[in-house]
Design a protein around this ligand. Structure first.
Ligand SMILES: Nc1ncnc2c1ncn2[C@@H]1O[C@H](COP(=O)(O)OP(=O)(O)OP(=O)(O)O)[C@@H](O)[C@H]1O
Ligand SMILES: [Mg+2]
Length: 325
């Protein structure tokens, strides 16, 4: 594997904003070739292609609220693969890249969801043969006696071949220090990354600070994970947008007063719970509970008959139960 993709959250400076051919002549000023179209489509997620092959590929990703830097990264990889094909057709070198990644962020910020979509996109783009996701945590990898951990880890890598191995709270593998079996899991993973190059993608996920500490204390690791993605906490507006998307895809609608109530609750929760606030998962739990509450309300209200279609769809303020139970 030769090249690398470096992608950090929201940093557009590292990305070329335009592709212009500059022809240098010895004593004249540089001449800009007009034959190359300006590639404004690389300057931001809002201008990612809305039609064509890529638009088709990233439909599911596009449905997620925010996460622009990840949508941009996927376009970079798509572009790279297209150009690599053209380069090899032109007889030029086109080496494979390293796609192992680190996803950093608080609970419910979309890490697992994105990893699952990335797996499918990579399959469609021909990077992975199967495009499935195996999600594991420390307990799945670490065994109880010497050799057990390596075996357990190898078995999971085997299952992940052709797809993505996603390790949640990856820093917990380094929890017990040198003598802990977690280290054996890390060593086995690193070996597989060499031996089974290009056959699977490894994604390590967890809280930002813990992941940074984990990478800093394992010097061999950072360079093996050239793609590091931040998953920031969602803003209140984004959480409301996520809630609206969730009810819509379930064929419900939120009354404006219910949205207001949810907004006030989220503002309070976000401020009070800080690290414990589980972002979009918190919203999903509220929506699912509201749907149950609405069903109870409707059954009680319409004991004799059936509510109309609109009533069946509507979630009212009283359906939103926002206590901690
Ligand atoms: N940007 C988004 N748009 C719409 N829904 C989202 C978005 N991000 C997350 N969700 C939804 O929120 C829920 C939680 O997301 P997910 O499980 O991916 O979070 P996570 O970062 O993996 O959390 P954890 O660290 O706790 O494992 C899922 O139902 C997911 O579909
Ligand atoms: Mg997760």
């Amino acid at each position: 594997m030769s090249g690398r993709v470096m992608a950090k959250s929201g940093s557009s400076e590292e990305r070329p904003s335009r592709q212009i051919n500059v022809i240098l002549r010895s004593s004249e000023p540089p001449v800009v070739s007009q034959s190359v179209p300006e590639a404004d489509s690389l300057s931001g997620a809002k201008t990612l292609p809305q039609q064509g092959l890529f638009a088709e590929l990233q439909k599911e990703m596009d449905g997620l609220v925010g996460l622009d830097h990840i949508k941009e990264l996927m376009f970079e990889i798509f572009a790279l693969l297209q150009i690599a094909t053209m380069r090899s057709e032109a007889g030029l070198l086109s080496g494979a890249q390293v796609y192992h990644m680190v996803f950093k962020g608080n609970p419910g910020t979309g890490k697992t969801t994105v990893a699952r979509i990335v797996a499918k996109m990579f399959q469609k783009m021909g990077v992975l043969s199967k495009g499935h996701l195996i999600e594991v945590e420390r307990a799945d990898l670490v065994g109880e006696y010497i050799g057990h951990t390596a075996q357990k880890t190898r078995d999971l890598i085997k299952k992940a071949l052709g797809g993505i191995l996603f390790i949640d709270e990856a820093y917990s593998l380094a929890r017990g220090g040198e003598k802990d079996f977690g280290k054996e899991a890390i060593d086995t993973l690193v070996k597989a990354m060499e031996d089974q190059k290009n056959q699977f993608i490894l994604i390590l996920a967890g809280y930002s600070e813990e992941m940074d500490f984990f990478l800093a204390t394992n010097p061999g690791l950072p360079s093996r994970f050239p793609i590091q993605m931040e998953f920031p906490d969602y803003t209140i507006d984004q959480l409301i947008q996520i809630a609206e998307g969730m009810v819509k895809e379930r064929d419900y609608i939120l009354m404006p007063q219910a949205i207001l109530k949810l907004k006030q609750h989220l503002l309070r929760e976000k401020c009070e719970s800080k690290h414990l606030f589980s972002n979009a998962r918190h919203v999903r739990n509220i929506i699912e509970r509201s749907i149950r509450q609405q069903a109870v309300r409707l059954l009680n209200q319409y004991s004799g008959g059936s509510p109309g279609k609109l009533e069946l769809m509507t979630i009212r303020t009283e359906d939103l139960k926002l206590d901690k139970k």
